[in-house]
Structures are given as C-alpha cells and as structure tokens.
Design a protein around this ligand. Structure first.
Ligand SMILES: *Cc1c(COP(=O)(O)O)cnc(C)c1O
Length: 389
C-alpha cells in the first residue's frame, strides 16, 4: 500500500479526530522507525512518551509475546499473579500503599478523581467535592477529565460537563488559595505541563502547595501520565520536588507500548475503594502487566535513570547552542524547544520530511525520545533538527 492509498482509506473510514504528520510507519527498532516505502526515521517521540524502551525492544517483545502465548486475559474476577507482582513492585518502588490498574491516562485520572471525592464524602459528607486544577493543564479526553483540563478550548460541544473543577494560575499560591473553599477536596497538577507547552512548575510553589494541602486536608493529586516512569530522570517526577503526594496517576510509558494506566495512593486512601465502587474489564490485563514488569525492571535502576538525566542534559546543551532556538526547557528527556521564529508546526513537518520524528506542544517543538536512545541516534536526530531549523 502506498501512503496515498493509506491516506485515502483513513479519510474515508476513520473519524477525523487527529491531525497527522504526512507519514505512515510500518516498522521500528529502538529509536528508529521505517515507513511503508522503507525510508528510515530517527524517533524523538516514543509515540508521545509511550515506548520508553523504544520500538519493539527485544526484552519487552519476549515478555509480551510469551505472555500472549500463555494467557492473554482473564478479567478481574480472578486473581492474577502478574497483576499482583506489578502492584507490589510499583508500591515498593514508590512507597505508595495501593494501586488501581486502568487502560489509559484519562482513566487513571478518573480513578484519582473518584478516589479523592469518595475519601472526602466519607469524611466530610457530600458537599465537599471540588477539585482545583491549573490553567493550561491537560488531564484527558473523557467528559470528566476534559472538565478537569484548564483550557477553554476543551470546554465546548460536549455539554453538560462534569461539575466541580476550578482553575488556578500555575506558580501562584494566592490564586490557588482564592479557588479553594469549604467545598474543595483536592488539588490536581502536572509537575511539567506537557500538552500545555512543556512548562515545569517552580519547586518552591510545589512545596508550598503540598504544605497547604496537608494543612487543609486537601488531597494532592499529581498527574504523572507524561512525566512518570523515568521520563524526567527519576521514576516519578515528584521525587525531584521533595514532596509526597496523596495520589499519583501514571500511564503513557508504564506499559512500554501497551495500553495501561495506574492510580497509586498513599496509606490514608488505601481502603477508600471497596468492591463495586470502581473497576474496568481490561485493567491490569496480563499482557499489559508483563510489558510493564519488563519496563519497570529496566527503567527503575539508578544507572538507567542517571543515563536519562545525562542524555537529557546533553540534548539541552546541543539545542541551546543552535541558531533559531530561543529557549530550551523541561526535565530529563521531556524537552520543549522554543523557536525564535514562531513556526514549530512547519519545522516539525520539515523534520519528518528529513527523517526525524518530533512532536509539538502549543507553539513549541517537543522531544520525548525513547529513554534508551543511543548517543549516536541522538546526534543524528539533532543534526537533522539543526538542518531543518
Ligand atoms: C496524555 C495525558 C493524559 C491522557 O492520557 P490518555 O492515555 O490519552 O488518556 C492525561 N494527562 C496527561 C498529563 C497527559 O500527558
């Protein structure tokens, strides 16, 4: 099939929900991908932060395909040793008490929101339901997580949205305090706004926020869907802010390429969910768990996480020295590039034409390379990027 045929079928049979780059990918290995004509691309996207071990990593392929050949799905009506092992390893690695497995980032956030509301319901009654999130945030595409997303463009068409979300300004404690009232039960933030343009929060603000939440029995929910699983150079990004949230949502990288989400909670929330209050048919599916166990065992070592920090630093230094780049921000290998000319979309399309896959976020170029990308692949990608600038 040619690209033109694929595009014609896409146009005819798929709902037009996505703007796509002018390329169809059919094969990948590590940080390289190939299109239907055999052309090679360096990958700085990981499928939007999902393929943390790159395309079709040997260890991950073996774990997943062995599990597919052994037992692909059992539902949550039966005990699953793989699900249990993954939950135990995630809790031990993070210090959280319990985890719920979902199938996406939005679903992990749905669990976080339900958990916060039920905790508050049981302690304070049914009036205390509101959640403060930040302006310019992104929390997902379900009707509730759209409502939680602090961007007006997402609050259209699908009325009525779920009630109970208000939006404070990032890095502004006064704004948070203005939004909090006797009905507030939680605050939910991304530590680096990903879709919003790779905006890291100030450490001081995050620490003040964490203290304020503690003092007022507001649950602090950190949406680590994009920042989690080694992306920023620690297993979870909150570790670098010196805080301990009550709830962390995780997805994207967690399954290494399979749909999985997770909602982790602290001791005080461990018994909030009871049988019948939450669930999902696929959640913690054995194949997804096998993939996630491989990811966790590979990513969560001091050497691997250090290499993510070093590679991120190296990429940032190279970018900062390029003409046409006015600012580089982000942590680890979650990197946003502000261009001198406001033409990120154009540059991203040029990169693809020249064999480099990159992302945009608002008016920025965004890089989320596979965490195990090699130095040679980084250099080749940066060379193409420089040329396209
Ligand atoms: C991608 C993303 C989501 C949504 O995840 P899906 O898997 O697309 O539902 C939620 N929050 C953040 C911070 C994200 O980056």
């Amino acid at each position: 099939m040619t690209l033109e045929q694929i595009k014609a079928d896409e146009s005819q049979y798929l709902m037009h929900t996505y703007g796509r780059f002018n390329v169809a990918l059919v094969k990948g290995k590590g940080a390289k991908a190939w299109d239907e004509s055999g052309k090679e691309y360096i990958d700085f996207t990981s499928g939007i932060g999902v393929n943390c071990l790159g395309y079709s990593d040997d260890g991950w392929v073996k774990a997943v395909s062995d599990q597919a050949a052994t037992l692909q799905h059992i539902s949550n009506l039966y005990y699953s040793p793989l699900q249990t092992e993954l939950a135990k390893k995630l809790c031990k690695a993070t210090g959280f008490s319990k985890v719920f497995f979902a199938n996406s980032g939005a679903e992990a956030n749905e669990c976080a929101i339900k958990l916060a509301r039920k905790y508050s319901f049981e302690k304070y009654g049914k009036e205390r339901t509101e959640i403060v999130t930040l302006e310019n945030s992104f929390h997902g595409r379900t009707v509730t997580t759209l409502a939680a997303t602090g961007q007006d463009v997402f609050h259209n068409y699908f009325f009525p949205f779920t009630e109970g979300f208000t939006f404070a300004k990032a890095n502004d404690m006064n704004s948070v305090k203005e939004k909090v009232n006797e009905k507030t039960c939680a605050v939910m933030v991304e530590l680096i706004q990903g879709e919003g343009g790779v905006n890291p929060l100030d450490k001081e603000f995050v620490q003040q926020l964490a203290n304020y939440c503690k003092e007022n029995d507001l649950l602090l929910i950190i949406d680590e869907v994009q920042t989690g699983v080694g992306r920023t150079g620690t297993l979870y990004c909150y570790e670098q802010f010196g805080i301990k949230p009550d709830i962390v949502s995780s997805a994207k990288g967690i399954g290494g390429g399979l749909p999985m989400g997770a909602c982790l909670c602290s001791e005080s929330l461990a018994n909030v969910m009871t049988p019948g209050t939450h669930g999902t048919t696929y959640g913690g599916n054995p194949i997804a768990c096998a993939g996630a166990l491989e990811v966790l065992s590979r990513v969560n070592t001091p050497e691997f996480l250090k290499s993510v920090q070093e590679k991120g630093q190296y990429i940032k230094e190279k970018l900062s020295a390029m003409d046409g780049v006015s600012q580089v921000r982000g942590m680890g290998m979650m990197i946003g590039v502000v261009l001198k000319k406001d033409n990120a979309k154009e540059v991203a399309a040029k990169c693809v034409e020249n064999g480099l896959l990159v992302l945009t976020a608002k008016t920025l170029i965004r890089f989320l390379p596979p965490l195990n990308i090699t130095e040679d692949e980084i250099n080749r990608g940066l060379e193409i990027f420089k040329k396209c600038l």
